[in-house]
Design a binder for this molecule. Structure first.
Ligand code: BLA
Length: 510
């Protein structure tokens, strides 16, 4: 394949996965120009139609499909001018007497692409009854975790995959299985974390546009699209295709895990890829288009519910941060200093901003809760802290990158959120996070006996975790914007208390 840049494991995120010129064999594709003349086609059109249609390139589509089919396709095509819109027709007779097909149409560059696969006379009432529970109104009170478990269960009931996971992305593109529903006897991946490299950047971008992908059978092989590039040397853009063959690198990864069919549906919140329903099956699993559409619908409804649950979560955390403010005020009211009350106050702070430990340095008194540097270690970084901006909170996932002396305690406290709480002498509240590689449960079921593909063991969750571990050495989980927001308001609360106490002390002396 002359056009393709050489892709190996070091430049995965440059692989043009939407232009590989291949589709999966459970359907066929034709792509027509403005005159409905065939510009690209998959090599299996005759096979899927069950009719020998002869040479296709440059032939008018009207030379193959029946006039009534063309009328319906033309109507559907008018809706495809909207970018990234995929129009569906279920149960259409494309060629007289050749049976019914399910079609997907979308605009691809200057072409209109029509994909078709044999129609499955699924029982629609049955499918609606399976979607129904997800549509049931709840009062919006289900917490995020529970909502995700319920959704995984619904998706598995509908699709019958062996394993259905809700895979949530973290800010750095790594992901975590936060909910799961399994066929009895299938290994659990719950709580496991996978590096960002397992789903490269361009794939994540594509999954925002095209929200559903199925790999019906990892061993089925692919069907080439002809010609690979058109006269102006452009390949057919398969971004919005339903049949697109997936990257061979990913196929190898799935095979190395022993998975034979995979499916994922994007979960999009506020225009961003929040996560995926990721499904595995240990046998090939073709799914009719209508069923895939039903699964997409579940995912859409789920995204709306999730959006609401996430907003409720943010509101709850604001409310708790307000409560924290009030509790701090109360504990200071009886004249205790921050350092003295830290044994009670520290854990409360930790509940609101997830961390593994906290330190306070106040008037030369040092106190800690959880995993934190010793007084001696803290004194080593104090001069550097004092040289920073006085009024700003500072967050880093690797303090040793800013203050070399912090390397001494990086095994206990790698990331830091530093909140200066007075002017001079400088006092601090610091929240700590342990090194990421120590706290996450890494992915993979490496004990399975499988034969590895051409890239060997590398394309397994265990190996990508090891690669990632090197990447993130010395780093903690990054601090979220929400954590920063809370720490800023915490700082304001603390300053308020401290100023008041100082005033009172001054008044007492007067
Ligand atoms: C795609 N990788 C994917 C997808 C998933 C994963 C879900 C989407 C496609 C699908 O539905 O199968 C990864 N699958 C996982 C993970 C779990 C899971 C983490 O079930 C956890 C439970 N992959 C690698 C490496 C590279 C790579 C090292 O591990 C490249 C260097 C590439 N993954 C890769 C590519 C795609 C991909 C290129 C895009 C496939 C496509 O859509 O064409």
């Amino acid at each position: 394949n002359i056009r393709m840049p050489k892709v190996d494991l070091s430049n995965c995120d440059r692989e043009p996965i939407q232009e590989l010129g291949l589709i999966q064999p459970f359907g066929a594709l034709v792509s027509v120009n403005n005159d409905w003349m065939i510009a690209h086609y998959s090599a299996n059109v005759s096979e899927i139609l069950g009719r020998d249609v002869g040479i296709l390139l440059g032939k008018k589509l009207s030379g193959i499909f029946s006039p009534s089919a063309l009328d319906r396709l033309r109507d559907a095509a008018t809706l495809c001018s909207k970018s990234d819109h995929v129009e569906r027709i279920f149960g259409i007779e494309l060629v007289d007497g050749a049976g019914l097909f399910d079609c997907a149409l979308h605009g691809a560059g200057k072409c209109l692409t029509i994909e078709f696969e044999p129609h499955d006379a699924a029982d629609h009432a049955d499918q609606i009854s399976m979607i129904r529970p997800m549509l049931e109104r709840d009062d919006g009170k289900l917490p995020v975790e529970e909502l995700c478990s319920v959704a995984a269960e619904h998706v598995r009931n509908l699709l019958g995959f062996d394993r259905v996971m809700v895979y949530k992305f973290h800010d750095d593109g790594s992901g975590e299985v936060i909910a799961e529903d399994l066929k009895h006897g299938t290994d659990s991946f719950f709580g496991l974390r996978y590096p960002h490299t397992d789903i490269p950047r361009q794939a994540r971008q594509l999954y925002l546009r095209n929200r559903f992908r199925i790999i019906a059978d990892v061993n089925a092989g692919n069907v080439p699209i002809e010609p690979l590039v058109s006269m102006d040397k452009t390949p057919l853009d398969l971004s919005m295709s339903t049949l697109r063959a997936v990257s061979p690198i990913h196929i190898e990864y799935l095979k190395n895990m022993g998975v034979e069919a995979s499916l994922s549906i994007s979960i999009v919140i506020g225009g961003e890829l929040w996560g995926l329903f990721a499904c595995h099956h240990y046998e090939p699993r073709p799914l009719p288009y209508s069923k895939r559409t039903a699964a997409e619908l579940i995912s859409e409804v789920f995204s709306l519910k999730l959006d609401r649950a996430l907003n409720a979560q943010i509101a709850e955390s604001r409310r708790r941060s307000q409560q924290l403010h009030e509790r701090l005020m109360r504990s200071f009211a009886d004249g205790q200093s921050l350092a003295e009350s830290f044994d009670t106050v520290g854990p409360i702070i930790g509940e609101i901003v997830p961390c593994d430990g906290a330190s306070v340095w106040f008037d030369g008194v040092y106190n800690t809760v959880g995993s934190a540097p010793t007084r001696k270690e803290f004194e080593q970084i104090l001069p550097a802290l004092n040289s920073g901006a006085t009024s700003q909170t500072f967050a880093t996932s690797s303090l040793q990158e800013h203050i070399p002396a912090a390397k001494e305690f990086a095994d206990r406290a790698a990331g830091a959120l530093i909140i200066p709480v007075s002017r001079s002498p400088r006092d601090y509240l610091v929240l700590w996070r342990k090194e990421l590689a120590q706290v996450v449960h890494w992915g993979g079921n490496p004990e399975k006996a499988v034969e590895y593909g051409p890239n060997g063991m590398r394309l397994t969750p265990r190996k990508s975790f090891e690669a990632w571990q090197e990447d993130v050495e010395g780093h903690s989980e990054p601090w979220s914007n929400q954590a920063l927001e809370i720490s800023r308001s915490l700082r304001v609360s603390l300053l308020e208390v401290i100023l008041r106490l100082t005033d009172e002390a001054v008044q007492e002396r007067a």
